[in-house]
Ligand binder design. Structure first.
Ligand code: UDX
Length: 429
């Protein structure tokens, strides 16, 4: 298939690259000239395992190309995917201006039938608006179909998720685009669920909100574990053995972050309100998440008393493992709040230091995680990078002023930490 992807962010770039990898001819469009140049020169603007190689391989075969011209993308393609940002607004609703702008550009460039697929995460009924916009700004008599095809990839595992998806959701309002969408996804060995556009849009918001709910649920349970002397990891393991519940996304933590869950929750609450339903359950998911961060900071201040002039080491800056993304990162929030209290920070992240430096210029950035603890009054684990489990704990303890660890990701074994002489505080254990 000949495919255009408008927007080369996390979703657009990974999607375009994987479509090329399975044999489609893909042209990626982005208005950011510097980014397009970087991609054309063989660079990749984000860290995503496996992506670099696939971009190089597929630009090499000529199946993947980059342009700043939407017109060119639309002219050369049968199916046009919209993968532009849908950022949150201060009131929690979604800023759909990028989607609307791209819809107008596509409309202006279309000279014959095209399938326009929305991949960006949008509130239910956005497809209807995109269709209206294209009707309004398109050339008379030019036909098109709108499809909703939400993306479920996780950052850090995006290539893997895209090449081996659990399911593909395709929302259509007529049968005409069904065959082309089938061909786009034929090479992927995954069940395709075809539904109406509104349901497809809702599947995305409902799925992400449910996953966030699962995390807030276990985080609330972690409070009861702390108060009763139970262990949240054992509780999660026991719950997860019930197939109806499942173990995944039951890792208690200092809270979820990233560019999706916080935004999608707010957007889902907002659109529900607009449709006349007060989604109180999801508001509580947000409250529990905010409270979890407060509780974690309270543990630190209760132990260290005054933070002013204390040196604190922080392991992890990305919002989760396997990514350099620091958007809405709980790790960054911890750092900002510690700095506000007057603490000095020594920080390390395997991939996110460059992006974090822009937000936290005051911190001292270390190249080796084993140097972080040197001279620290406490060490905080803020991101679940598996390599942190390999920290030289003996060296850390010897180098610290006080051997105190606050583990916001439950990475270490409690009894081992005590045996090593640490004061060790984690979540729900
Ligand atoms: C999420 C969805 O998983 C994905 O399907 C969707 O397409 C985009 O949004 P992502 O934001 O990349 O993906 O990250 P995810 O792995 O879901 O983690 C989100 C946050 O929750 C991270 O801060 C992570 O550390 C936290 N988390 C996750 C927990 O605190 N506990 C868990 O058990 C799982």
């Amino acid at each position: 298939m000949k495919i255009a992807i408008i927007g080369t962010g996390y979703v657009g770039l990974v999607t375009g690259t994987c479509f090329a990898e399975v044999g489609h001819e893909v042209i990626c469009v982005d208005c950011d000239e510097a980014k397009v140049k970087l991609l054309r020169d063989g660079g990749v603007p984000i860290y995503e395992p496996g992506l670099d190689e696939l971009v190089k391989k597929n630009t090499g075969t000529g199946r993947l190309s980059f342009t700043t011209s939407t017109k060119k993308g639309v002219e050369k393609s049968d199916v046009i995917f919209i993968a532009v940002p849908t950022p949150p607004q201060p009131d929690g609703s979604v800023d759909l201006s990028y989607i609307e702008g791209v819809a107008r550009e596509i409309a202006g460039a279309m000279t014959g039938y095209r399938i326009i697929v929305d991949k960006s995460t949008v509130p239910v009924r956005t497809g209807e608006k995109v269709a209206e916009t294209i009707h309004r700004y398109g050339h008379a008599g030019v036909e098109f179909d709108i499809v909703s095809n939400p993306e479920f990839l996780r950052e850090g595992f995006a290539v893997e998720d895209l090449l081996k998806p659990d399911r593909i959701v395709v929302g259509i309002s007529s049968q005409r685009p069904a065959q082309a969408m089938k061909e786009v996804y034929e090479p992927f060995d995954a069940p395709v669920m075809v539904t109406d556009i509104n349901s497809a849009e809702l599947i995305k918001h409902a799925s992400n909100s449910f996953l966030a709910l699962k995390i807030s649920y276990i985080n609330a349970v972690s409070i009861i574990c702390e108060k009763s002397g139970a262990n949240v990891q054992d509780v999660a393991a026991g719950m997860g053995m019930d197939e109806r519940i499942g173990r995944r996304f039951l890792n208690a933590s200092l809270g979820f972050g990233g560019s999706c869950f916080p935004k999608d929750l707010s957007a889902f609450i907002k659109i529900s309100q607009e449709l006349g339903y007060d989604f109180g359950l999801l508001k509580e998911v947000q409250n529990i998440n905010a409270n979890q961060m407060d509780r974690f900071l309270k543990k630190i201040t209760e132990t260290l008393w005054v933070l002013k002039d204390k040196t604190i080491g922080v392991l992890g800056l990305a919002f989760k493992q396997n990514t350099d993304d620091v958007r809405m990162s709980p790790a960054i929030e911890i750092c900002q709040r510690l700095l506000k209290e007057g603490a000095k920070l020594r920080v390390y992240d395997p991939k996110a230091m460059e992006k974090a430096r822009v937000i936290l210029p005051e911190a001292v950035y270390l190249k080796d995680m084993n140097n972080v603890a040197e001279g620290c009054d406490a060490l905080v684990v803020a991101t679940e990078w598996p390599q942190f489990k390999e920290l030289d704990l003996d060296r850390a303890r010897k180098g610290m002023t006080c051997p105190i660890i606050f583990d916001g990701r439950n990475l270490f074994d409690m009894s081992e930490m005590e045996k090593l002489g640490f004061i060790y505080k984690s979540i729900g254990r």
